[in-house]
Design a protein around this ligand. Structure first.
Ligand code: ATP
Ligand code: MG
Length: 456
């Protein structure tokens, strides 16, 4: 089997070999090449020490020199070159006390997490596969290198990585590895929120976000997002639903921002949509009531859910942009669009234009995971909302203060007094314009403002 490596990777490996060192592409890139997937990045492992690597290549950066990693820059591209290493004794289920370099490729491969991630390749020797990685790739298994329990004791993040890779590749977790996942799950308490966030996000944006179920079944959610678990045991006696809250969430998660959306979302948008879907009903268990009609209701789950989601995302150390957007979408995920031009202008004013497309997608996925008897009708309504919204955009109608044909500054120039009343007047003008877009002309608005000035 021949792997095609990028020229620059070949150049780095060949240069190191010409200098008498061993060098291979290693880890994720070998796995991805064998699967016919485009590798995200190319990591190189070598017997050369960081000092030697730096002597050989002109432009390098000391990225993680204490761990043996030097980044080699070639034109505008960069590649991580890491010296064969051994991880020393691990402390607190997360950090090796020390990292030592070794002359042996097999020792370096042995410290890696899963068999499919522990293969090396160069053109001279082909694939080095000491732990059955290729077979596991063919059979679709995530299996630890060595004893799963020991490997999870060393670094508990691997527990979460096992599920993440299985979701990315559609693989099963091999039996002994799965058993150890369940047994060692508590160790995840010792892992930083940042590392957990990275793995959870990779799982959510994978082709199988519904594998989030495995996190629940193995007890991982109980440690990393305990708020999730009650959803799985909360039924919904309601004409709109056929699933429990948790099953509904997993179905919606599978659909949101996938091919069925017919849309291309950016990486950022996909992260936002998947996290929103995961958490949109997080407070249904906390707000459930049984009405006189014999139906379950979940009054206020949108607002309460937004707050809970905010706490979860804060705890996971999300950036403010992602956090704010997800929280906002959860707050409005159940918004009932009034299907008239003015109704849609009101919706856009309340929700914000920058969120509308995302909210439509949340709405589509949410609806598709409810009672199928009512799906067609709901999707039709959503389509109508989208069409009305597009028309509003085409007409360039105003739905926010910044689109109003008059500004606070214009009013001050006309002798209005600065203060809260000025803001009130502008908001009243905006409401009037949302009702009747024809009013959005400077002269008209100024006259209207003057009428209101008397009470200033
Ligand atoms: P991707 O970059 O597509 O998420 P990857 O396999 O490249 O997947 P990385 O997290 O970039 O994953 O790690 C690169 C390689 O380093 C892995 O393939 C694996 O060999 C090794 N590795 C990474 N993290 C660990 C870990 N916690 N324990 C053991 N080995 C690890
Ligand atoms: Mg990688």
């Amino acid at each position: 089997m021949k792997i095609t490596m990028p020229e620059k990777v070949k150049y780095i490996i060949e240069t190191l070999m010409q200098q008498g060192f061993e060098a291979y592409a290693v880890g994720g890139c070998v796995r991805d090449m064998l699967l016919g997937r485009e590798p995200g990045d190319w990591d190189i492992t070598t017997s050369a020490t960081p000092y030697e690597v730096k002597k050989i290549f002109k432009r390098t950066v000391d990225t993680g020199i204490q761990h043996g990693t030097v980044t080699v820059l070639l034109d505008k591209e960069h590649f991580e070159v890491t010296t064969y290493r051994l991880d020393g004794i691990y402390e607190d289920n997360r950090h090796p006390r020390e990292v030592t370099f070794t002359a042996s490729l097999s020792e370096d491969l042995r410290r890696r997490d899963f068999t499919i991630n522990a293969m090396a390749y160069n053109e001279k020797e082909g694939i080095i596969d000491l732990f059955g990685g290729r077979e596991d790739l063919e059979r679709g298994f995530i299996r630890c290198v060595g004893s799963p329990k020991e490997r999870f004791d060393e670094d508990a993040l691997r527990i979460l990585r096992a599920v993440r890779f299985s979701a990315q590749l559609g693989f099963q977790i091999e039996q002994d590895t799965l058993k150890a996942v369940k047994e060692k799950v508590e160790h995840l308490k010792n892992i930083s929120a940042e590392r957990i966030r990275v793995e959870l996000t990779k799982l959510l944006i994978s082709d199988h976000p519904e594998y989030f179920r495995v996190l629940y079944e193995t007890g991982i959610t109980k440690v990393v997002i305990p708020e999730f678990d009650p959803m799985m045991v909360t039924g919904q006696k309601n004409i709109h639903h056929i699933y429990s809250v948790g099953e509904h969430t997993l179905h919606a998660l599978k659909t949101v921002a996938d091919k069925s959306s017919g849309q291309q979302f950016s990486a950022r948008e996909k992260i936002i949509l998947r996290w929103t879907m995961l958490l949109h009903d997080i407070e249904k268990p906390g707000t459930i009531s049984l009405g006189k009609d014999g139906q379950n209701h979940f009054y206020g789950h949108q607002e309460k859910g937004a707050l809970t989601a905010k706490n979860i995302l804060k705890r996971l150390k999300f950036d403010n942009d992602t956090l704010d957007t997800v929280v906002h979408l959860i707050r409005w995920h159940d918004y009932r669009f009034v299907l008239t031009p003015a109704g849609m202008r009101k919706a856009a004013a309340k929700i914000g234009k920058e969120y509308m497309e995302l909210l439509f997608e949340v709405n589509r996925a949410d609806t598709s995971a409810k009672n199928p008897e009512r799906t067609a009708e709901k999707q039709e309504k959503l389509q109508m909302a989208r069409t009305l919204y597009q028309e509003l955009l085409t007409r360039g109608e105003c739905v926010s203060l910044k689109e109003l044909s008059i500004s606070g500054r214009d009013l001050l120039a006309e002798g209005f007094v600065p203060g809260p009343r000025l803001g009130e007047i502008l908001n009243q003008l905006l409401s009037a314009v949302i009702e009747d877009p024809e009013l959005n002309r400077k002269e008209t608005l100024l006259a209207m403002a003057k009428d209101r000035k008397e009470v200033q």
